[in-house]
Design a protein around this ligand. Structure first.
Ligand code: ARG
Length: 597
C-alpha cells in the first residue's frame, strides 16, 4: 500500500505540473506546525526563484486547484508562499480500513526483491558469563533482525562466539593444574574421550577469571597458557576435546540467558569455525600481492587517499605466524560468502571497534573476499552508563552479570505490579501471574530503555525511569496495550463482536480521534524508514507518539457508553488497529505485552 504521504505528494505534484511548474516542487512533508495543518508543501518557495515571481502567486494557484480535490479538507496558501494541508477525514478513514484489511502487515508491503542479510551480533565469549557489555549488541541486533525479516528480507543472525585465542589456553592450563590426571592431558592417549564434561558451568565461570588473574602475576603460567593455546590451535586432540566440552557447557548456558532476553540466533558459529579457512585465505592474499611482510608481521595496506585520520595496515598474521582477531573476522567472511552469499553483512558491535572494522572491511573488499556489491555495515553502539555517567558497574565497582541485572529489574517490576494491583479492586492477580507479568514488563523496560536511544549514543541505565508506567518507557507502551485489551474485553462482555467492527472506521468526529488516525496511518512509512536507516529508535519514537495519541483519544471519548452503534463500531475498529500496530511494533523491538498488569 502506498504511504499516505506519497499519495498526497502525488496529488500536489499533479497540481504543480497542471499549473505549469516542475514536478519537483510538489513534495509534501508532515507538518511542523500541527496546530495549523497536518501536512505541508514548501515547493512554491523554491519554485518562485525559478519562475521569477512571488512565492504566494504560485501557492495561491496550487491551493485553489487543490481546494476542489476531495482528498483534502483544507488546502491553504499562507504568505509568503506555504501550502498548509489537511487530509479529508473520510479519505483517512478509508485508508485505515484498507490497512486493517491488510492483515498482519497493515499497509506495509513486502520487499519486492528480498536480500540475504547476515547480522553479526551478540558476540559473547565462551566460559565468561554474559555481562552488561553484551546486552546492547543482543538487544539492538535482535531488533534489527526482526525489522529486516518483517520488511521481507532473508535475515540470518549469527552469534559469533568468542571461542578462540588465549582464553581457551587459560582454561586448559588451569584445569591441568587442578586435575592433571584427566585423560585430556595424556598425550599418548588415543581412545575416545568421555562424553561428560569435566566441569560444570559454575566451575567454568570460576576457572576463567582465576586463570586470567594468575596469568597476570605469573609469567610462567602465562607462558604455559600461550603454549596450550598454540597446541590447541595446532590440533592437539585432547585440547580439542576440551574445547568441545567448554563450548557445549557454555552454549547451553548462553542459550538459556538469551532466551530470557527473547533473543535467538539462526547460527551459533564462533571464531573457531573460521580457522579452517585461514591458510587458503592467507595464501591467496600473498599470491595476489596484497599481503606483505612488515616488521615480521604479514599485513595488507588499507589506507585511502581521502582519509583524514590514519588507517593503519590490517594485520593478517603476527610475526610468530599466529592469527589475530582480524584474521578470524576476515576468514569468517570467507565462509559467510561461500555458504550464504549475503548481499549485506551488518555488525552490531561496540562503537569503540569502529576503526578496527574499517580495516577489516577495506581489507575484505580489496582482497576480493567479498564482492564489490556486498554491503558491509558497522552498526556501532555507545556505552551503557550508570547514573554517575560512567560505564555501568555493580555497587562494588565490578562488572555486572546480565543475570543479576535482569533479576533485580524483575524484582523492582514485581513490586510495582503488586502496588498497582492494590489500587484496582477488579484486578486480582495471583502471585504466579504477577511474577510472569513482572518478567514481561521488566524486559520491555530494559529493551525500550536501550532501543529508544539512537544506537551510537551512550545512555544512562536508569532503573527508576525505565520501569515507570508513565513517560517514554516500555511499561507505558505495554500499559496502553493492556488498557485497549481491557476495553475490548468489556465490549465483548456486553455480548458484542469485535470482528463485526473491523474495517468499519468512519470519519473522525473529534480532533483527538483524527490525531490518532493520522498517527496510525504513518505505520508503513515508519517501518520503511527504521529499516533503511537500521534504526529501531524510530519505532520507539513512533509508538510513543501513537500511545500518546491513543491516550488523548481515550480520555476525551466515551467508548463503551457510546449509544450510536455505528460510531461505537468505528471506535472499536480503531482500537483494534491501534492495538495490533503497537503489538507488531513491540514485537519488532523484541518484547511483548501481558494480558493485564
Ligand atoms: N567477542 C567480541 C567481544 O566480546 C565481540 C565480537 C564482535 N563481532 C565480531 N565479528 N568481531 O568484544
Amino acid at each position: 500500500m502506498n504511504k499516505l504521504i506519497d499519495r498526497i505528494t502525488e496529488e500536489v505534484t499533479k497540481a504543480f505540473t497542471e499549473a505549469g511548474y516542475d514536478e519537483k516542487y510538489g513534495k509534501v512533508t508532515l507538518s511542523n506546525r500541527p496546530d495549523l495543518c497536518e501536512f505541508q508543501c514548501n515547493g512554491a518557495m523554491a519554485a518562485a526563484k525559478e519562475y521569477k515571481c512571488a512565492p504566494f502567486m504560485i501557492s495561491d494557484k496550487i491551493a485553489e486547484s487543490l481546494a476542489a480535490n476531495p482528498m483534502f479538507e483544507m488546502a491553504e496558501s499562507v504568505k509568503p508562499g506555504f501550502l498548509n494541508l489537511k487530509i479529508n477525514s473520510d479519505y483517512l478513514a478509508e485508508y485505515l480500513n484498507s490497512m486493517q484489511k491488510d492483515e498482519g502487515r497493515f499497509g506495509m508491503d513486502k520487499a519486492e526483491d528480498p536480500k540475504t542479510i547476515m547480522i553479526d551480533y551478540g558476540g559473547p565469549n565462551v566460559a565468561k558469563p554474559l555481562h552488561v557489555g553484551h546486552l546492547r549488541s543482543a538487544i539492538i541486533g535482535e531488533s534489527v533482525k526482526r525489522i529486516g525479516k518483517f520488511v521481507g528480507h532473508n535475515v540470518i543472525g549469527d552469534v559469533h562466539l568468542g571461542d578462540w585465542g588465549l582464553q581457551m589456553g587459560l582454561i586448559i592450563t588451569e584445569l591441568k593444574e587442578r586435575k592433571p590426571e584427566l585423560v585430556y592431558f595424556d598425550e599418548s592417549y588415543t581412545g575416545e574421550y568421555p562424553e561428560e564434561p569435566p566441569f560444570t558451568i559454575s566451575e567454568l565461570e570460576e576457572i576463567y577469571p582465576t586463570a586470567s588473574g594468575k596469568s597476570k602475576e605469573d609469567a610462567a603460567y602465562k607462558e604455559a597458557a600461550m603454549q596450550a593455546t598454540f597446541e590447541l590451535q595446532n590440533g592437539r586432540r585432547g585440547y580439542q576435546a576440551l574445547l568441545s566440552h567448554i563450548l557445549n557447557v557454555s552454549v547451553t548456558d548462553l542459550k538459556r540467558n538469551y532466551e530470557n532476553l527473547n533473543v535467538s540466533f539462526e547460527l551459533w558459529k564462533g571464531e573457531s569455525d573460521a580457522q579452517p579457512y585461514i591458510p587458503d585465505m592467507v595464501e591467496k592474499m600473498k599470491k595476489d600481492g596484497f599481503a606483505y611482510i612488515s616488521d615480521g608481521a604479514l599485513v595488507v595496506d588499507v589506507k585511502e587517499e581521502t582519509d583524514t585520520k590514519e588507517v593503519p595496515p590490517c594485520m593478517i598474521l603476527k610475526s610468530d605466524g599466529a592469527s589475530l582477531y582480524n584474521t578470524t573476522d576476515l576468514a569468517t567472511l570467507v565462509w559467510r560468502m561461500k555458504d550464504y552469499n549475503p548481499d549485506e553483512v551488518i555488525y552490531v558491535v561496540d562503537k569503540r571497534q569502529e576503526l578496527y572494522f574499517t580495516q577489516v572491511f577495506r581489507c575484505a573488499r580489496k582482497t576480493g573476499i567479498v564482492k564489490p556489491e556486498t554491503e558491509l555495515k558497522f552498526l556501532g553502539f555507545g556505552t551503557m552508563n550508570g547514573k554517575d555517567g560512567k560505564p555501568f558497574k555493580t555497587r562494588q565497582g565490578g562488572v555486572m552479570r546480565l543475570e543479576y541485572l535482569l533479576s533485580s529489574i524483575n524484582e523492582e517490576m514485581l513490586k510495582k505490579i503488586l502496588e498497582n494491583q492494590k489500587s484496582k479492586e477488579d484486578l486480582d492477580i495471583n502471585e504466579e501471574e504477577a511474577k510472569a507479568t513482572a518478567k514481561t514488563v521488566a524486559l520491555s523496560a530494559v529493551k525500550y530503555g536501550d532501543l529508544s536511544n539512537q544506537a551510537s549514543k551512550d545512555y544512562i541505565f536508569d532503573v527508576e525511569r525505565f520501569t515507570s508506567f508513565e513517560g517514554n518507557t516500555g511499561p507505558y507502551i505495554l500499559y496502553t496495550i493492556v488498557r485497549i485489551k481491557s476495553i475490548l474485553g468489556k465490549y465483548q462482555a456486553q455480548g458484542k463482536s469485535v470482528e463485526e467492527c473491523l474495517s468499519n472506521i468512519k470519519a473522525a468526529s473529534s480532533a483527538s480521534q483524527k490525531d490518532l488516525m493520522l498517527a496510525l496511518s504513518r505505520f508503513n512509512g515508519v517501518i520503511e524508514n527504521a529499516y533503511e536507516e537500521t534504526a529501531p529508535h524510530k519505532i520507539c519514537a513512533y509508538i510513543y507518539e501513537l500511545a500518546n495519541a491513543f491516550n488523548g483519544f481515550y480520555h476525551g471519548t466515551k467508548i463503551l457508553s457510546e449509544t450510536d452503534e455505528e460510531t461505537q463500531k468505528s471506535y472499536i475498529a480503531i482500537l483494534m488497529l491501534t492495538k495490533e500496530i503497537l503489538e507488531v511494533c513491540i514485537d519488532l523491538l523484541g518484547f511483548s505485552a501481558p494480558e493485564r498488569m
